[in-house]
Design a protein around this ligand. Structure first.
Ligand SMILES: [Zn+2]
Length: 159
């Protein structure tokens, strides 16, 4: 695992244990080159999920994309990183437990909004307000750029 601070690839695992959500392994790592410490989570991909957009386009489910949008919505909010990690795992578990490999993008958005609403109202409102436009645009990069705090207020309501 490459060190996120200096790029050294020879990092050491100091400790491994099940994460609180019990679906992933949490590893504490140490970089001997720069002294940096970081934590990684490993998880089993139970099934390969496909997100079906409103225009019918299909895209492999991308946990990193989901995580990125959630982290932006939660930017500067007082929520513990472990709690965010738990929430994301919970969302993925819910998606996996739907019993379908094809999941409408609308369903993904609704589950994310439900989960955000439970942990932080401000993040929920940020996500929900941008998500409304996103459904029309169906463009993730645009979604993320609009999600950045401050950007949403400047964006035109309709395009
Ligand atoms: Zn390093």
């Amino acid at each position: 695992m490459r060190c996120p601070f200096c790029g050294n690839i020879d990092t050491q695992v100091k400790d491994s244990r099940p994460a609180e959500d019990h679906v992933s392994i949490r590893r504490r790592r140490f970089c001997p080159a720069c002294g940096g410490r970081f934590t990684t989570y490993e998880r089993v991909q139970l099934r390969d999920l496909v997100v079906v957009k409103s225009n019918g386009r299909r895209e492999d489910f991308d946990r990193d994309k989901l995580e990125r949008s959630i982290r932006i919505a939660l930017q500067k909010r007082p929520v513990e990183p472990e709690r965010v990690e738990q929430m994301i795992s919970g969302i993925v578990r819910r998606l996996e437990s739907l019993g379908e490999t094809d999941i409408p993008s609308k369903t993904v958005g609704e589950i994310v909004m439900e989960s955000l609403a439970r942990i932080d109202t401000v993040a929920y409102v940020r996500f929900a307000s941008v998500y409304k436009n996103f459904q029309a645009a169906d463009d993730f990069d645009k979604f993320v750029s609009e999600l950045r705090p401050g950007a949403a207020e400047d964006a035109p309501a309709d395009e």
